[in-house]
Write a protein that binds this ligand. Structure first.
Ligand code: NI
Ligand code: MN
Length: 228
């Protein structure tokens, strides 16, 4: 499995020949100006919640790639009403077997409204289980006890993608506890640096994780790593 960081909370997973894209927000991200959104591949677009900084590029990418939008019921239907034909609605606790593996939509503690103010259901995260590795993408969330359910109900995680920017989501200290809850010591940070409220000190965050025997990876925008 390959993991590419497109900035903010946006990641691409390349697995089993499919491209899974999470929370695309590239065009309006000042830090991602060097990324050409028109080259980002997608067979599936997973949306954790309805906020602008997670869905802004989803419509255009779905139109260009004919990708399936996968999200909670309200968000998936909102995109369908806007003209996206291929969509897959899910809801909390539900699992679906896709061609590349299994995805479960899990709880997040945050809010969710669409950019036009429409109700966006409740926010969530995704646990992706594949033959090439298992990934938890939490989306925007606070630290929550529900995370303890993930290792009880899913295969052992290889990596957890967690917010570390604080203010709107968990910060690094709570993300360390979250990584305990989900029983995964390899973390890729998301939702940091993009706006003034979430600028962080990278070295300090990495050292906090290292002090607990954990690895925090902060990818460069545009960087791809191989998960192993
Ligand atoms: Ni949000
Ligand atoms: Mn956000």
């Amino acid at each position: 499995m390959k993991i590419t960081y497109y900035g903010h909370a946006c990641f691409g997973l390349n697995v089993a020949g499919k491209n899974l894209l999470f929370d695309p927000y590239v065009t309006h991200n000042e830090l991602a100006k060097h990324i050409d959104v028109n080259t980002i591949p997608a067979d599936y677009i997973f949306l954790s919640h309805g906020h602008e900084d997670h869905v802004a590029d989803a419509f255009d990418i779905a139109k260009r790639t004919n990708a399936v939008i996968v999200s909670n019921y309200e968000i998936a239907v909102w995109f369908n009403k806007k003209g996206i034909e291929k969509y897959h609605p899910m809801n909390h606790g539900g699992k679906w077997k896709f061609k590349f593996g299994t995805v479960k939509y899990v709880a997040a503690v945050h809010t969710s409204s669409m950019p036009d103010g429409t109700y966006g259901g409740n926010p969530g995260g995704f646990v992706v289980e594949t033959a090439e590795g298992n990934v938890y993408y939490s989306g925007d969330t606070a630290l929550t006890m529900d995370m303890q359910l993930i290792p009880l109900t899913s295969a052992k995680l290889d990596v957890a993608l967690l917010p570390i920017g604080d203010n709107f989501t968990m910060g690094a200290d709570d993300a360390i506890l979250a990584s305990d809850f989900v029983k995964c010591n390899k973390i890729i940070g998301l939702h940091y640096d993009t706006f003034g409220f979430i600028k962080i000190n990278h070295e300090e965050a990495k050292q906090k994780f290292a002090a607990k025997g954990k690895e925090l990876l902060l990818l460069n925008i545009g960087e791809t790593i191989e998960l192993n």
